[in-house]
Ligand binder design. Structure first.
Ligand SMILES: *[C@@H]1O[C@H](CO)[C@@H](O)[C@H](O)[C@H]1NC(C)=O
Length: 132
């Protein structure tokens, strides 16, 4: 898995990585998903895919990625944080409308002590309310 730029009002969708390990997900639409990731945010090894009986991606709007990854029976500890431990945005979820600046990342340890701290300076955030 790897970060995807320009997804939802958060401006990025990414696994949260600490010490090289996945500890959570930063995504603007969690929606009860086990794997709240964008379609562009992962790649699957073909040999692994075949070993897991090559599941189809379910047609379930918004839940395709989650359904597919669950059908692969992938365990969170088997997920490899690529793009230098998810510190780089190498893919974007582009759209045909202008993107608005992202909402600020929260000021918490889950941001300051993880890969999110490296993604933060690569993003454009909305000005805090009351400032211009
Ligand atoms: C990812 O983080 C782990 C743990 O800090 C480190 O051993 C590894 O070298 C890092 N990998 C990359 C590509 O930065």
């Amino acid at each position: 898995m790897f970060p995807v730029g320009l997804v939802t009002r958060l401006g990025v969708s990414s696994p949260i990585v600490s010490d090289g390990k996945l500890i959570g997900f930063y995504d603007g639409w969690i929606a009860g998903r086990k794997f709240p990731v964008d379609m562009a945010g992962f790649a699957v090894n073909v040999q692994f895919y075949i070993q897991r009986e090559a599941p189809m991606m379910p047609y379930s709007v918004g839940f395709e990625e989650d359904g597919f990854l669950k059908a692969l029976r992938i365990k969170p500890e088997e997920i490899e944080p690529l793009a230098d431990n998810c510190t780089k945005i190498l893919v974007w979820h582009t759209r045909t409308v202008k993107s608005v600046p992202a909402l600020q990342m929260p000021d918490t340890d889950k941001v300051s002590k993880t890969n999110l701290n490296y993604l933060k300076p690569q993003m454009v955030f909305q000005s805090p309310f009351g400032l211009s």
